[in-house]
Write a protein that binds this ligand. Structure first.
Ligand SMILES: [Cu+2]
Length: 169
């Protein structure tokens, strides 16, 4: 993914440089033509519309909504320098989980990862607030909780885990 992002960034930077270079050349001693203002206004509107479409399109899966179904379970996670305390260590598979996170000191980043450290979901944990994020686990296993916000000298030791278990009815 990162090489693709780098390539796209380089291409867009090259395009932008070309636009600047052409604008600088065109403005050399030239007066703005009679249509310059309406062209500029049209360009600004076009860029605004493209910007809104890109912003809305890329933010569509809003991460904020909590699972509001009746079978959702709340798991409380408290944190501090440099620990996570999880009040439930066995979480049922296939059930919406509303993680409710607080911190006793500084800002931490609650990141929930698979055992091979693939990020599943995350939320910022802010002093004085309870932040929540919802996730439904598809597979049983051991899941890692890591801090995603540099929070001091032992930030990298801020690790805990919980089990997602199959349920029998
Ligand atoms: Cu932290």
């Amino acid at each position: 993914m990162q090489p693709v992002v780098l390539l796209i960034s380089l291409i867009l930077m090259a395009v932008l440089s070309l636009v600047f270079w052409r604008a600088a050349r065109a403005s050399n001693g030239a007066e703005a033509g009679p249509n310059a203002n309406s062209k500029r206004a049209g360009l600004i509107w076009a860029m605004t519309i493209v910007g809104v479409i890109v912003a809305v399109g890329s933010l569509r899966p809003w991460p904020h909504a909590l699972a509001s179904t009746d079978d959702a379970i709340t798991v409380s996670i408290t944190s501090g320098q440099w620990w996570w305390d999880i009040d439930t260590v066995e979480i049922p598979v296939g059930t919406p989980i509303n993680f409710s996170a607080t911190t006793e000191d500084v800002t931490h980043g609650l990141g929930i990862y698979t055992s091979d450290l693939r990020l599943l979901t995350q939320v910022q944990v802010i002093p004085g607030y309870t932040t929540e994020v919802s996730y439904t686990f598809d597979e049983p296993g051991t899941y890692q909780v890591l801090c995603m916000e540099f929070c001091g000298v032992a930030h990298q030791d801020m690790v805990n885990e919980f089990e997602v278990v199959a349920v029998e009815d």
